[in-house]
Structure formats: structure tokens, C-alpha cells
Design a protein around this ligand. Structure first.
Ligand code: FAD
Length: 543
């Protein structure tokens, strides 16, 4: 059977794109090599202990609830029972001396919180928020537009009209600023800087990398505006609902279906071939949510694209590795210092801006960082249904690990052996992190029922797109970001092969659950043909 569109992979971009195309009347097939649909959305009941429902990988959905895909699909998702729960306290940082800084969804509360640390920091937050919002259409536009296209050019023209040519240059400079420079210029207190600096990691960057200041501002404003929503019952509810939209429209979703080749005929993608040998034809589009390494190095064959593109894809860089630790607790956590922490979705344990910078640098030099930034997620603070009454889940993310071989331990405590992750090294590193957390949560050790840790290779084993445990589908350094993602030789989503589209975290606007690339390709595929677009601009006389 032939479909209008065949998707390779069933992550958020494919599922949202497939649901939107199905609603637009396209016949759609989604093919997923793993046993489960959802990609990085992987909700596993009883992972640690009976009654505890864990998000093994991605957990937080602010990018999705703030996305145009959600805006379009919301009525269908509501009907299918997807319910987003939220919190007024999306994030906090707790520092080694036990002091804390908490960010809320209220501008007034954030001003008051930051004034605790430096009189000027409250006003600085307000000025940052208002300044960002005045040009939010452009800033969010950078992330929501196909940059390598007439629409991207339109966005640039809009900026020139607003700022003038010189002003436009100044605006562009603010996009390139590093997190360190922006935080240093904006806030006086180390606490305000330490509240925001860990968020740089969630954009795949470090605080000393170009554009990390801009991305920190985007996140800071998004946290205040959107909080930290999660679907009641877990991300699987969203996956099931999106799959339901496709199925009810007559589409097909198949797990355990590994695509090994995109078939090209006369320069056009016409079908995919599964590892079993089965061929599935696509009359309009093949849409691949894979890394450039896989797309140009495996799914296409030598002659399908130029040497130039194939070579560039071979050089595509992956970022730092990541570890997840999942803990089931029999009690709510008893945080030292600030009782607001028990109601906060994501608490960062960090020495502050310099601490994040140091840990990133150590990881990039191949070392296990001495004092990692501990991302301590608390899903039960938002959705208590995830664990038995009165108990708790801790979702820990460690985003500062070497991209490849481990050369050593910056703390000189752990033996990295031959540089490969072993079960022993994984558990020893997890012990170090949990011991640090225990200095902030009084009852952590006593109330821990069970723990599961995943090292970078375990994460890659769950999803081939997470090469080396890079959870962002490729380095987000400036030369691989924005206009240059995935490759300057094949930018945007339309590949050099007609009818073959590239989506997913490796493409603009990059990683996260925002479904941005799936949405952009859906819009492009369902755009009215040129004569109809031109006609729609002709004024109707006589009405
Ligand atoms: C540990 C972790 C925590 C994260 N936390 C968050 C978070 O809280 N919030 C947030 O917004 N983002 C988070 N992210 C990032 C976000 O989850 C990802 O960027 C996003 O989900 C990627 O979606 P995608 O559409 O690129 O597809 P993916 O989720 O990467 O899925 C792609 C799918 O394609 C399949 N596939 C690949 N090749 C083939 C093939 N040849 N044939 C068939 N199938 C194939 C894979 O098996 C996979 O299931 C996290 C990521 C990780 C790993």
C-alpha cells in the first residue's frame, strides 16, 4: 500500500507532523525501529519499584505546550484526554552553602526574589523580561521559522524595518552573546547568575559558547510565562493521543520497523525499504527523523547526494554525553534550607555560573566533572499521580559528561579504566551524585526504595539518534545551529533529494519537545500551490 507521506522514526516531531498531516487529509505511515513509539518520550511504569511511573528520558513539556503544533492539535488532544498539569515554581538553584534562589511564574515574585540578593537585580529581571517581550516575535521567530527560505528572509526584513540597519546589527549581536557575558552584564549577584546558568545546559550549550546568552533569555522568559507543564500520567498520554489521531484518520504506525534505505528514483524519494526487505512507497514525501550521519551515511546511497553533502554529514559533530538517575522515595523529600524546593519542578544543585562553566569544560576535555550540575527533577511536585500516595520520584539529569572516551576524573576519585563506561563506573559516578544530593535532602538515603542509572551508552541503546549519549542529536555549537543546522551544505528541512525531508533534533530549531521541525515541514507540505497563494492576495472588488 502506498501512503502520501512516510515518516522514519516516531519521536515528537514525526508524531506531531503525522497527526497534523492526517488532519489535513494526507494518508500517513510512521515507522519506528524500537518496540515503542515516542522516541525520547518513554514513560515506564514500575521502572524502579511497583507503582512508580518514570519518564526514563524527556519529562518536561513547556516547549510542546508553547508550540504552534500544540495550538493546532489542542482540541483533538483535549478530546483524547491529554491534560497538562503545571506549577507556579518551575525552577530553583540550591548552592553548596545551602542558600537558594527560586524562580516562579509571577513577574512580581521574581523581582522580589532577586532583590533579596542585590537591590538592582529585581529591576534587572523586569527590564530583561520587558525588553525580551517587546521583540519576542523576532526572538521566538528565529526558532519557529524555516530560516533558509523566503520566510527566513521575511523575518530578517521585519527586523530591519523595526530596528534600521545599524539597529539590526546590534540585535544580531545580542543573539550571539555568551551566557557568561550576558549574565555578568545583567545581574550583580552570583545567586541570580547561578539561578539561570544551569539552564544553558538545557539548550545543549555551555555558558561560554556563542548564543548561550540569547538562549538563556529565551528560557528565562519561557519559564516565567509557561511554568513547567507535564501531562497527567506521563508523556505516554501525549504519544498515545497523537498516534490515535493518525490511526483514526486511516494512517498506520508500526513499531519494530527499522528503515534501512530511502529509495530514490530519478532524483526523487519514492519509498523506504525496511530491514525485513519490505518496501513502503510514498507518493508525496519521505520524512526522516534521524541524524545526518544516518540519513546521508546509511539511508541514502553514494550516488543520491553530492560528495560535498555526504562528506559534511560524515563530519557532523555530537555533543557531550548524558546520564540519567531515577530514584523512588517512600516519602516526600525534606530539603534543607527552603521549603519551596519541595514544590519546585526542577532544582539545580550548582556552585553557580563558574561551577557550570568548569564542569562543562572538564567534560569537554574528556573528564568526569568534579562538581557536576545536578538537574534534580521532581515530577510528583507537578503530577502526584506518578507515585503511590505520599511517595516521590527523583529524576536526575547530568549533562556534563565526555562525548567519547573518558580520559579521567577531575576529582581524582574514580578510575576511568580504559575510558569505556562500565556498570561499576556508572554506579560509582551515580553514588557521587546521590551523595551530593543527600547533603541537600535530609531524608534521601533513608527514604530511597530503589535507584536506576543510565550511562551515555545505555541512553544511545534506547534511541539511535542519541549518538554517544548526546541527548540533543548533535552539538548545538553555533556552526551547527540555527541557519547552519543540520549542515550548511543541506540547511533547513528540504534535502537535496526531491520529496525527502529531514526533521528531528538534528535539524532547526534543534532539540526539545517543541515539535518545531515536524510542524515546519507540515506547513511547507500543505502550503497552497503558488497560483492559489497569489490569488489569495488579490483584493476582492465590490464587496
Ligand atoms: C534524557 C533526555 C531528557 C530530555 N529531557 C527533555 C525535557 O524534559 N524536555 C524537552 O523539551 N526535551 C527534552 N529532551 C530532548 C527531547 O526529548 C528531544 O530533543 C526530542 O524528543 C527529539 O525528538 P525527535 O522528534 O528528534 O525524535 P526522537 O525522540 O529522537 O525519536 C526518533 C525516533 O526515530 C527512531 N529511528 C531512528 N532511526 C530509525 C530508522 N532507521 N528506522 C526507524 N526508526 C528510526 C528512533 O528509534 C527514535 O525512536 C530530553 C532528551 C533526553 C534524551
Amino acid at each position: 500500500m502506498a501512503f502520501d507521506a512516510v515518516f522514519v522514526g516516531a519521536g515528537i516531531n514525526s508524531l506531531a507532523g503525522a497527526a497534523l498531516l492526517s488532519k489535513a487529509g494526507w494518508s500517513v505511515c510512521v515507522l519506528e525501529r524500537s518496540a515503542e513509539l515516542g522516541g525520547c518520550i518513554r514513560t515506564v511504569p514500575d521502572l524502579t519499584a511497583p507503582g512508580f511511573t518514570h519518564e526514563v528520558l524527556a519529562a518536561w513539556h513547556p516547549l510542546f505546550t508553547g508550540s504552534p503544533a500544540y495550538a493546532e492539535l489542542k482540541p483533538d488532544l483535549d478530546r483524547r484526554g491529554v491534560e497538562y498539569l503545571n506549577t507556579e515554581l518551575p525552577t530553583a538553584s540550591t548552592f553548596p552553602d545551602g542558600s537558594t534562589a527560586v524562580l516562579s511564574t509571577s513577574l512580581e515574585a521574581n523581582v522580589a526574589e532577586l532583590e533579596r540578593f542585590a537591590a538592582a537585580d529585581g529591576a534587572a529581571w523586569e527590564a530583561m523580561f520587558n525588553g525580551f517581550m517587546a521583540n519576542a516575535d523576532l526572538s521566538f521567530g528565529v526558532l519557529g521559522t524555516e530560516l533558509w527560505s523566503p520566510a527566513g528572509l521575511g523575518l530578517a526584513r521585519q527586523a530591519v524595518r523595526r530596528f534600521g540597519r545599524r539597529g539590526m546589527l546590534a540585535f544580531a549581536a545580542t543573539v550571539l552573546v555568551t551566557g557568561r557575558d550576558w549574565l555578568g552584564e545583567t545581574f550583580e549577584s552570583e545567586a541570580a547568575r547561578g539561578l539561570l546558568a544551569p539552564w544553558v545546559l538545557h539548550t545543549g550549550l555551555g555558558p561560554d559558547q556563542a548564543a548561550s546568552g540569547f538562549m538563556t533569555q529565551v528560557i528565562a522568559c519561557a519559564l516565567q510565562l509557561g511554568g513547567m507543564p507535564v501531562p497527567r500520567g506521563g508523556g505516554v498520554k501525549l504519544v498515545d493521543a497523537l498516534a490515535g489521531i493518525v490511526r483514526d484518520a486511516g494512517g498506520e504506525l508500526r513499531s519494530g520497523a527499522e528503515v534501512e534505505r530511502v529509495l530514490v528514483s530519478g532524483g526523487r524519494a519514492t519509498a523506504v525499504r525496511l530491514a525485513t526487505g519490505e518496501t513502503i512507497p510514498a507518493t508525496q514525501a519521505v520524512i526522516a527523523s534521524v541524524t545526518p550521519t544516518q540519513l546521508y551515511g546509511r539511508l541514502l546511497t553514494g550516488g543520491d547526494v553530492s560528495e560535498d553533502v555526504a562528506r559534511a554529514a560524515g563530519r557532523y559533530r555530537y555533543g557531550r554525553g548524558e546520564m540519567q538517575i531515577h530514584i523512588a522515595m517512600s516519602e516526600r523529600p525534606d530539603w534543607y534550607g527552603d521549603e519551596r524546593l519541595a514544590q519546585t519542578a526542577i532544582v539545580h544543585l550548582t556552585p553557580g555560573l563558574d561551577g557550570v562553566s568548569r564542569a562543562v569544560n572538564e567534560a569537554e576535555r574528556g573528564l568526569l566533572p568534579a562538581e557536576a550540575t545536578v538537574v534534580c527533577g521532581q515530577p510528583c511536585a507537578v503530577d502526584p499521580s506518578r507515585a503511590p500516595e505520599g511517595s516521590w520520584i527523583v529524576w536526575i539529569q547530568l549533562q556534563e559528561l565526555p562525548a567519547g572516551r573518558i580520559k579521567g576524573d577531575a576529582a581524582d576519585e574514580l578510575d576511568a579504566g580504559d575510558g569505556e563506561w562500565t556498570e561499576k563506573l556508572r554506579e560509582a559516578y551515580a553514588d557521587r551524585i546521590v551523595a551530593r544530593l543527600g547533603r541537600h535532602i535530609r531524608n534521601l538515603e533513608r527514604a530511597t526504595i530503589a535507584r536506576v542509572a543510565l550511562a551515555p551508552p545505555d541512553i544511545e541503546a534506547l534511541n539511535v539518534n542519541l549518538v554517544g549519549g548526546d541527548i540533543y542529536g548533535g552539538s548545538c555549537g553555533l556552526d551547527q545551529n540555527f541557519l547552519f543546522r543540520p549542515l550548511p551544505q543541506a540547511p533547513g528541512h528540504q534535502t537535496p533529494v526531491d520529496g525527502l525531508w529531514h526533521i528531528g533534533a538534528s535539524t532547526h530549531p534543534g532539540p526539545g519537545l517543541g515539535a518545531g521541525s515536524g510542524y515546519l515541514v507540515y506547513k511547507e507540505l500543505t502550503k497552497p500551490a503558488l497560483p492559489r497563494r497569489l490569488l489569495s492576495k488579490v483584493p476582492v472588488v465590490g464587496r
